[in-house]
Ligand binder design. Structure first.
Ligand code: ZN
Length: 172
C-alpha cells in the first residue's frame, strides 16, 4: 500500500498535457494501485495520474463509495487514454471540488451526458455512454489529463484569488 503525496495547484504537473499510455505492463498496474490507495486514503471519488506527479493519461474513480447508499462499499473504475466521442448540448451545474485544491469549491457548468472511449489495464478498448454525476465526474478527472482544473471555469478574478490562497497556504 503506497499513498502518494497529492500535488496542490498550481504545481507544474497539474498544468501539463499528459502523455498517452503506450505500454500496458506491471509498472502501469503498480501506478494504478498507488492511485487507488491514494484516492481512498484522501478520501476522494476520483484521482488522475498528474495529481500524484505522473504525466500519463490515466485516472481512477469510485463516484459512489462515499454516498450513503453505498455504505462504504467500493467499486473502482480505471480509465486509460480516455477520449470523449460526444458531449451533450444539455448541461448541468454542479458544485465541484478537487483533492488538488483543498477546501475550494465552485459551480461548474458541463454537458450532462457523454460518450466515452477508453482502455482498461489489459489494453482492452471500451465505449460507453454516461450521464449525470458520473458524466460530470469523468469530465473533471479527464480535464486533469489536459492540464486543466475546475477553477479554470470560474471568473479570472475568482481564479486569481484562489491560486493566491493555495500558494500561501500550501506552497510557500
Ligand atoms: Zn480534480
Amino acid at each position: 500500500m503506497t499513498i502518494k503525496r497529492i500535488l496542490i495547484y498550481p504545481e507544474d504537473c497539474l498544468k501539463q498535457v499528459a502523455k498517452p499510455v503506450k505500454i500496458f505492463d506491471a509498472e502501469l498496474k503498480a501506478l494504478i494501485q498507488d492511485m487507488l490507495d491514494t484516492m481512498y486514503d484522501a478520501p476522494g471519488v476520483g484521482l488522475a495520474a498528474p495529481q500524484i506527479g505522473v504525466s500519463l493519461r490515466v485516472a481512477v474513480t469510485d463516484v459512489y463509495w462515499r454516498s450513503e447508499e453505498a455504505g462504504g462499499q467500493r467499486e473502482h473504475k480505471v480509465w486509460i487514454n480516455p477520449e470523449f466521442l460526444w458531449k451533450s448540448e444539455n448541461t448541468e451545474i454542479t458544485e465541484e471540488g478537487c483533492l488538488s485544491l483543498p477546501d475550494i469549491y465552485g459551480d461548474v457548468e458541463r454537458p450532462n451526458a457523454v460518450r466515452l472511449r477508453w482502455f482498461d489495464l489489459e489494453g482492452k478498448q471500451y465505449e460507453e455512454d454516461f450521464e449525470g454525476f458520473q458524466a460530470v465526474a469523468l469530465q473533471h478527472e479527464f480535464d486533469h489529463l489536459d492540464g486543466k482544473v475546475f477553477i479554470d471555469y470560474l471568473s479570472p478574478l475568482k481564479r486569481r484569488m484562489i491560486i493566491k490562497r493555495l500558494k500561501k497556504k500550501y506552497l510557500s
